[in-house]
Design a protein around this ligand. Structure first.
Ligand SMILES: Nc1ncnc2c1ncn2[C@@H]1O[C@H](COP(=O)(O)OP(=O)(O)O)[C@@H](O)[C@H]1O
Ligand SMILES: [Mg+2]
Length: 401
């Protein structure tokens, strides 16, 4: 199956001398210089990326970096100067007007910063709006709108009018409208930027929950790096219309592409971005139930460790074998490692949990913090050094303030 969205070499110039501006851009000339020489604005230049089904893809950049232009190119609200956009493997330029309209109605919906709610219609009518335009029957409109309103927690306000709602609630009506339309891809251009911080946080939580339940494909625009890191599976960082980096939040933080990105990311709270999975290491050794206690004790000596995770036959943690307990077992004539030789002196965490949730557990036991999957199988360990290392990472040269 082709990716939902595939963008290749996409550029957009505003102004008359478009081709000349593009040629300069291809030579590497910057936006300001192009504007001076041609009078044209290079809004987006040579951007390529792919969005997979179910992905929450973030486009991040400061004001003027070309985010809104890029997102408008994605559903052909504006025509590109160069490059292609493919939706489900079909080039948008190959579609006639009717096909394009159907893509916009059924496939891709746009959610704007200021949801254009209809003031004289009820919340329910607003939520059903896209369906009404599409000619969906009244009963189905109502069912889908009510489902969407329940999903965003607003069903009990279905008969209210928009001006009776708070700003945060109005944003949720806009979100409900997009959900009711049930299009596969949601394009969201700074939907939360106008909200105050607490409501914004609620909306981010709501979006995360919706995403984990509904698995929409979302292209989310923001100028806020913390929001990008919080929500994005991957983040495309734009500067002056060009890609500076494309990667996951942890990738961008741990390996910024240049000084600009390093500087930008130096203020990010790493303890909330980096997860146990980002920091995990292969354990230096593990033991199995049934192993010979003498062998395990010798291996511990060689590794200069005082304890080791003991796994059962399915790779789950049975406990920790400590050197003193192994020595006693041998003295008492028990040669095989059994459940009596292991103790529950360890802590575990899921791979997706951020550092802030487990930093207090690190370095507390004879074995490093264990990272486990949903079945309790040991995936790896997080030694204290790995945490210190990740948190102390110094921004790249030249960006220290
Ligand atoms: N319709 C337009 N005509 C001329 N210039 C435009 C137009 N739309 C955007 N621009 C310019 O393109 C650049 C990128 O703008 P935009 O895509 O809105 O950035 P962002 O959404 O990241 O703030 C800016 O310099 C902006 O002034
Ligand atoms: Mg914008």
């Amino acid at each position: 199956m082709p990716p939902v969205l595939q963008v290749t070499g996409l550029s957009k110039v505003f102004g008359a001398r478009e081709q000349e501006a593009l040629r300069l851009a291809d030579e590497g000339v910057g936006r300001d210089e192009i504007l001076r020489r041609t009078g044209a604005t290079l809004a987006v230049h040579d951007v390529s990326f792919t969005v997979e089904r179910g992905e929450l893809f973030v486009i991040m950049g400061l004001s003027g970096s070309g985010k809104s232009t890029l997102v408008r190119l994605l559903n052909r609200l504006i025509e590109p100067s160069a490059g292609t956009v493919q939706v489900d493997g079909r080039d948008l330029r190959a579609l006639d007007d009717a096909q394009l309209r159907s893509v916009r109605n059924d496939k891709i919906s746009m959610v704007f910063q200021h949801f254009a709610l209809l003031p004289h219609r009820t919340v329910r009518e607003n939520a059903a709006y896209a369906l009404k335009i599409r000619g969906v029957g009244a009963r189905e409109q109502r069912e889908r709108a009510d489902w969407a309103l329940r999903t965003v927690g607003l069903l009990e306000r279905a008969d209210a009018r928009p001006d009776e709602l708070s700003g945060g609630m109005r944003q949720r009506v806009g979100l409900a409208r997009a959900l009711a339309a049930d299009s596969e891809v949601l394009l969201m251009d700074e939907p939360f930027s106008a909200l105050d911080p607490l409501i914004r946080r609620d909306m981010q939580d709501l979006l995360e929950r919706l995403q984990s339940e509904l698995h929409k494909t979302i292209v989310f625009i923001t100028h806020d790096l913390n929001e990008a890191m919080r929500l994005g599976d991957r983040i495309l960082m734009l500067k002056d219309g060009r890609t500076v980096q494309l990667g996951t939040g942890p990738e961008i933080i741990s390996a910024p592409a240049d000084d600009y990105v390093a500087d930008f990311t130096s203020d990010v709270d790493r303890t909330r971005v980096l997860t146990a999975g980002d920091l995990l290491r292969e354990p230096r050794m593990t033991a199995r139930l049934g192993d010979r206690a003498g062998d395990v004790l010798r291996a511990l000596g060689t590794a200069e460790a005082n304890g080791v995770y003991v796994l059962d036959d399915r790779g789950r943690i049975a406990g920790v074998a400590r050197d003193d307990l192994l020595a006693r077992a041998l003295q008492e004539g028990r040669t095989d490692l059994g459940t009596r030789e292991v103790v529950a002196e360890y802590a575990t965490i899921g791979a997706d949990r951020p550092v802030v949730e487990f930093v207090h557990l690190v370095g507390r036991h004879t074995v490093p913090l264990g990272v486990v999957d949903d079945d309790g199988r040991l995936l790896g360990v997080v030694p204290r050094a790995a945490v210190l290392d990740a948190l102390s990472a110094v921004p790249a040269r030249g960006s220290v303030r």
